[in-house]
Design a protein around this ligand. Sequence first.
Ligand SMILES: Nc1ncnc2c1ncn2[C@@H]1O[C@H](COP(=O)(O)OP(=O)(O)OP(=O)(O)O)[C@@H](O)[C@H]1O
Ligand SMILES: [Mg+2]
Length: 307
Amino acid sequence: MSSQEDFFHPVIELPETTRKARYDRLVGLDAVKRQLRKEAILLSDPERLHTWARRHHPEADPAALQLFADRAPLFVFAGDVGSGKSALAESFGCDLSEQLDLPVYLYRLKLATRGSGLVGEMTALISDAFSFLYSEGRRARNARGVSSVLILVVDEADALVQSREAQQMHHEDRAGVDAFLAGVDSLAGARLPVLVVLCTNRVGALDPAVMRRAAATFTFARPDSEQRRAVLAQALHGISVRADTLDKLVELTGPTVDRPGYTFSDLTQRLIPAAVLQAFPDGPVRDEHLLTLANELAPSPVFTEGA
Ligand SMILES: Nc1ncnc2c1ncn2[C@@H]1O[C@H](COP(=O)(O)OP(=O)(O)OP(=O)(O)O)[C@@H](O)[C@H]1O
Ligand SMILES: [Mg+2]
């Protein structure tokens, strides 16, 4: 029998200052954040839906409620590299915690256990992880309602839940998909405060059976000019750059005929840090540093399916 440390990274209790700040700093995801908040609130605490129905549909218990509650508590975050999937998956629990006024526990599945040898090992770990969450979820829900919410993040999930149709797929991996599906199904309709978020670059490679179960799929993309401006302005806060420099940076980091635009992470983890590094230790970050770097740095290549 495996123990919790075998399949989860250390559990994090939310809200937590760093992650809350990260959530707030995510630009251009307001619509996603809003929908995610509603879905997460209702999946964690379905009683709220009944309260809503009693108020707005007092004539009868609408059939729609049952359908809504029977869905699997699974969200798929899909899309381009460096676009905030992991950052949002690991931080939206802070918002949820505030909304529900409850602690939220963040569990991150260790996929590194993958391929570590023994046949059946990954499958067993996935099953154990879900059984663990199921029993913790039951403890978090009692007669008086919900006392905490558990979020499981399965990051870089492509390998785990790749289409079962994929030709080269190893038998062991197929068993992994099946274990994941069984785990998600065990939560569907169980009305437990357990949410599962799956992050992937390769939405096309995900098993259709996994996609079908998702309560919601969110797609993440590269920033448009307005979003690049917002991220740059935020990142350059406290460093005085000219207004026209910001305009030029927004333009330079956009798509051209022969390359895509910068990703969010190209801006936050490459361009700005590179400018700081260049300036250090002799002087301040100058507009010229930023402009030269934006001219030189190549954006991350677009992730292509099947690569
Ligand atoms: N919407 C955003 N607004 C502001 N910063 C962002 C946004 N998206 C990403 N970033 C920045 O990029 C960093 C990397 O993002 P993240 O790790 O969430 O990307 P990802 O979508 O998971 O990418 P990958 O597919 O490569 O795992 C974040 O820590 C943050 O600094
Ligand atoms: Mg990621």
